[in-house]
Structures are given as structure tokens and as C-alpha cells.
Ligand binder design. Structure first.
Ligand code: 16C
Length: 256
């Protein structure tokens, strides 16, 4: 009986979100948990090469192509003081903050509001010469992921973004070429135990961030230009995004 009890504790608790009734739910649930597993694997276990490093930030990539297009997977780790995993994930997920940190964004629309933790976005991004402009249509899901098995991994949050289709927004019909993405942001809060009778303040909290991304450019783009854009834009994104989170949270009560 005890063994059975232990086993069921390892299964992530089923979320009670109203999104479970949506036609996309089986895919959202499966890909979110797959991405969580993938993000938590150490970079030492794959053939990752370090391509950017700045303070606590490390960025790794694997050079990969699909049908002649660059689709290099990216994995980044960062440690940020003064914010919680919940706060960082909420800012990454919520449409109201997006234009404050997403530097390549031209336009963003929520095309479907599935529930307060699951949205479908249509975004257009800035054009990179000489390639065509890109857009992306993807679902985005935020979730707290309790792991009863691993006491180290308490207070874990994930946002998973995955390309999808929508009958009202077909791909490649206008000036944009559609890109296809699988992205996840996984955050864990670490807390220094406060001194007796003292409240936890922002100096006592640290957020461990893992960001994974695979973007298929969807159509021709010169490999050398693409790899140069990756190398420049990903570190810029993670620094800008985390500084934005620190700035947004600094004068607000801590949200665990
Ligand atoms: O994960 C990130 N953002 C999320 C919320 O927006 C979401 C979206 C991801 C889309 C990322 C691809 C955007 C590339 C568009 C073209 C880049 C224009 C650069 C203009 C420079 C002045 O998950 C953070 C995403 C951070 C993106 C870093 C840049 C990645 C480049 C990928 C190149 C794709 C193909 C472009 C073909 C020309």
C-alpha cells in the first residue's frame, strides 16, 4: 500500500484549469510535460556547445538543419536575484507585458482566450533583410508544476509555447512567412531562510531560469544570417527580459 502511495505521488497532479475541455488540451498537456522534462535535463547529457556567457547566464546550441533550414535548438540557463519563478513566468506569459521585453516584436494579438492560463497568440516580428518578414501563431500555457518526488524542485513554474493552426489565420497568405516554434521557460525559486522574526524580502530570493527554444524559420533564410541573428538576439532577449522582470517586481509584494 505504501509503495502504491509513493508511486501515485510521482504523477504530476492534473490541473483543474477549464482549458482541459478544449480540443487542444491533450496536446497542451503532453507538450508542456515533455518540455519540462527536456528543460530539466543537464546540458552535459547532449552535444550542446556554449555560445554565449555573461555573468550567471549560459547559452548553448546544437547546430541542426531540417529540409535545408537552420533549426538549431537552444538551451539557456540563468540565475536572477530578487524575483520568484511565478513572477518571471507570469511576465513571460501575460500579453500586457510582451511589448516591454520582446524586442523583435512588431505586433501581437490574442486570437483565442482558452482560459486564464492558456492563450493563443498571433505575432508578427521585425523583418531581417534580405529575408521575408515572419509571423508566429502559437498556444501558450502557464502552470505550476509540483514535484512531490524532488524536494529540491519545489515551487517550479513553466510556460510552454507551441505553434498551432487556426482556421481564421492560415499560414503564408500575406506578406509574412510563418515560423514554427517550441519554446519553454522553466523557473524555480530558491529562498535563503530569513533570520528569526524577520520577513522574507527580495534579497533573500533567487530564481533559477531555464529557457529552451527550437524555431523553424518556415522558409528560405540564409543560414549564416540566421545563425548570426541567433547569436546576437538570444542573449539580448534573456538579459532584456530578466532585467524587465526585476524592474517590474522591485516595488511590489513578493508573489510566490
Ligand atoms: O520566446 C520568446 N518569445 C516568446 C514571446 O514572443 C515566443 C516567441 C518566439 C518567437 C521567436 C522568433 C522571432 C524571430 C523573428 C525574427 C527575428 C527578427 C530579428 C530582428 C532583429 C532586429 O516564444 C523569446 C524569443 C527570442 C527571439 C530571439 C531571436 C530568435 C531568432 C530566430 C530567427 C527565426 C527566423 C527568422 C527568419 C528570418
Amino acid at each position: 500500500k505504501d509503495r502504491l502511495k509513493q508511486k501515485s505521488a510521482a504523477i504530476p497532479s492534473a490541473p483543474s484549469t477549464p482549458a482541459i475541455k478544449h480540443r487542444l488540451w491533450p496536446e497542451i498537456d503532453r507538450i508542456t510535460l515533455e518540455q519540462l522534462h527536456y528543460a530539466r535535463l543537464e546540458v552535459g547529457t547532449g552535444s550542446w556547445q556554449l555560445f554565449a556567457e555573461d555573468g550567471d547566464m549560459r547559452m548553448y546550441r546544437r547546430e541542426e538543419e531540417a529540409d535545408g533550414l537552420v533549426v538549431d535548438p537552444l538551451k539557456a540557463c540563468h540565475v536572477v536575484k530578487g524575483v520568484t519563478g511565478h513572477e518571471v513566468c507570469k511576465i513571460f506569459f501575460s500579453p500586457e507585458y510582451r511589448s516591454g521585453w520582446e524586442a523583435t516584436l512588431e505586433d501581437m494579438t490574442v486570437v483565442e482566450n482558452i482560459s486564464n492560463d492558456t492563450l493563443v497568440f498571433l505575432q508578427t516580428h521585425k523583418r531581417i533583410w534580405p529575408a521575408s518578414q515572419r509571423d508566429a501563431l502559437f498556444w501558450s500555457h502557464i502552470r505550476k508544476v509540483p514535484d512531490e518526488q524532488d524536494v529540491e524542485a519545489q515551487d517550479l513554474w513553466i510556460v510552454c509555447n507551441q505553434s498551432t493552426e487556426h482556421p481564421e489565420y492560415p499560414a503564408n497568405t500575406g506578406k509574412c512567412v510563418r515560423i514554427y516554434l517550441t519554446v519553454c521557460l522553466v523557473c524555480q525559486t530558491l529562498v535563503n531562510p530569513p533570520k528569526e522574526n524577520e520577513e522574507i524580502n527580495r534579497e533573500d530570493i533567487t530564481c533559477k531560469i531555464t529557457y529552451c527554444s527550437v524555431v523553424n524559420p518556415g522558409g528560405w533564410a540564409p543560414a549564416a544570417v540566421l545563425r548570426a541573428v541567433y547569436k546576437r538576439e538570444y542573449p539580448k532577449f534573456l538579459k532584456r527580459f530578466t532585467n524587465f522582470c526585476i524592474d517590474q517586481c522591485k516595488d511590489k509584494p513578493i508573489e510566490f
